[in-house]
Structures are given as C-alpha cells and as structure tokens.
Design a protein around this ligand. Sequence first.
Ligand SMILES: C[S@@+](CC[C@H](N)C(=O)[O-])C[C@H]1O[C@@H](n2cnc3c(N)ncnc32)[C@H](O)[C@@H]1O
Length: 308
Amino acid sequence: MSNYWSQYWQQGHLTSFGEDIKGNYSGPLKQVWQALFAPLNESHRVLDIATGNGALVSLLYDDNIQNSLPAVDAIDLAKLQIESSLLTRSETTKFHDHVNAEELPFTDDCFDLIVSQFGIEYANWNKTLVHVARCLKPGGKAQFVVHNSESTIVKPNSAILKMNIELAKKGGPIDTLKSLCQTLQKQGKGAPLAEKHRNKLNKIMNKLVQQDEYAFKATNFHLLARSCMQSISQIEQVSSLFSAFESERKGSVERLSDLINAAVDDKQKRKITQLIAVNGLKLELFDVVSNEQNLPLAWQIQLVKPLK
Ligand SMILES: C[S@@+](CC[C@H](N)C(=O)[O-])C[C@H]1O[C@@H](n2cnc3c(N)ncnc32)[C@H](O)[C@@H]1O
C-alpha cells in the first residue's frame, strides 16, 4: 500500500468517503453496528482493524447507551489524524498508526469484540484471520462490514477508475488538452491548429460524457479544461494545473484499484468462509447489507470464537 491513505487521513476526513459522506456513517451502515455496540461497557475490550480516522470508534461512542465505555484499541497501517474530541473522549481508547492487521501486536485471547468497517478486506485475509482468531477471547465476537463487488459503492468507483485510466491514454483527453493549450499559447486564439485540437477535444469529451457522465464528471477533467482556458496566457499556471490534476488522478487510480481488488465477490466469499473455519472460528452470518432501495451496500460478516 502506498502512503495515499496517510495523505488522505491528514486532510482530516472522518470516513473514507470524503465529501460524499458528511459526518459519520448513517442509515444501514450505522444500523449494523448498533445492536453490537449498545451492550458494551467498561469490562469489555474492543479492537477496530483499519480504523482510519476512527469513524467506527466514533459510532461506538454514539451507540454506547451504558455510557461506560469499553477499552478500545484502534489500529491502521497509515498515519492518522484523529480529531481531538475523539482522542480525549476516553482514557482507555488508544489509536495505533503504522500497525499492520496481518501482524497484530496484541496478546492471545484479549478482545471481547473485533470489528472493522471497510478495512480488513484491504489486508491479506489469510494472515489477518490467524490474528483475529488468536486475539479474540473464547466466546468473543467479530463483525466486519466489507466492500461487496456488486455494491452501489464499488460499481460507480469502478467506472471512475476506468475513466481516470482512459483520460491518460496516448492521444487521449489529457494529451489533446495539452496540445490545445500549447498551440493557443504559441499561436493565439483562432489559429487553425488550435481549432483542430479544440474540435478533437470536444468530440472526445462528448463521447466520454455519453459513455458515463457521472464517472466523467467525477474525474474533474472538465474543470481542468475550464481552468486551463481561463488562465491560458499564464504558462506556469497552466502547467501547475496539469501537475496538480495528474497527481490527483494517479492517487485516485491507486486508491480505486485497491478498492476494486479489496471488494469481495462470491468466489472470495467462499474462500473467506473456508479460512474462517480453518482458523477455528464459527461463522454466524455472511450476508448483504442493502440500502433503502434494496441495492447492495456491503457484506456483513459475524463470527464467534467458540469457548474452549
Ligand atoms: C477504506 S479505509 C477505511 C477506514 C475506516 N474503517 C472507515 O470506515 O472510515 C481503509 C483503511 O485500511 C487501512 N489498511 C489497508 N491495509 C491495511 C493493513 N494491512 N493493516 C491495517 N490497515 C490497513 C488503510 O490505511 C485505510 O485507512
């Protein structure tokens, strides 16, 4: 994993959905946690795997009707930027950055509950489930909400990933916009070559909009084109617009490729189910979490470590 998650968390987001989810998870993605969190109290110890900036820990605090908080360890491979209100809420909650889920640094049989929201699937299931089984107390539970390859989250992101790759093809939109800018800067407005590039760019952009308008707009390429035209006489400004766009685009390709690879399909569901059994854990539930329109949002996995 590159350090794009560290950069992302440093921007202060609470969830991994950036501006798309203001505040914390709500609706079905919150409801799946409520029953599990409500009975927890100070006698319990919880582990949150791949916590990010602590969205799930924050839900746990909200849902804890006992108002006597369990001890929480929240780990992530990335460098985190936890809000101070979350950090100071409980003395027994500890956030650990740069910790790999595949090598959990906790003693055997120490957690009553292990949870993860859109996190554990980014790590290697094989290695991570060994540690989940080891660190859970006998009788302890685990719940993971993980990306589903057919979900309303993964499918549009898969289209955005394809669009971001399409933009950078040789002779494609980015190259054509660059040629247009360079020609306008050298030959001025109305030059026949500039008009040729402009026509080509318009054609390509129209085609991509027709192909998938949502994915095209999500790349922000149309905003880059507009900003370049607005500052066409400032050569350095245009060049820095391209650099910023390219670094954003590359980051997005990395992040979305990881998301697509992490998302669980039916074949992986069977593999994970086997790994759960191999590690001596009992599968209680492996089912789809749906939205209000009955479309898939995620998988919900519940496990128990049998009593010895
Ligand atoms: C989609 S984010 C989810 C964060 C958080 N649970 C949430 O719902 O907002 C995925 C997180 O998994 C973390 N991650 C990826 N691989 C990991 C690993 N092997 N061990 C621990 N964390 C990992 C990333 O750093 C990132 O913070």
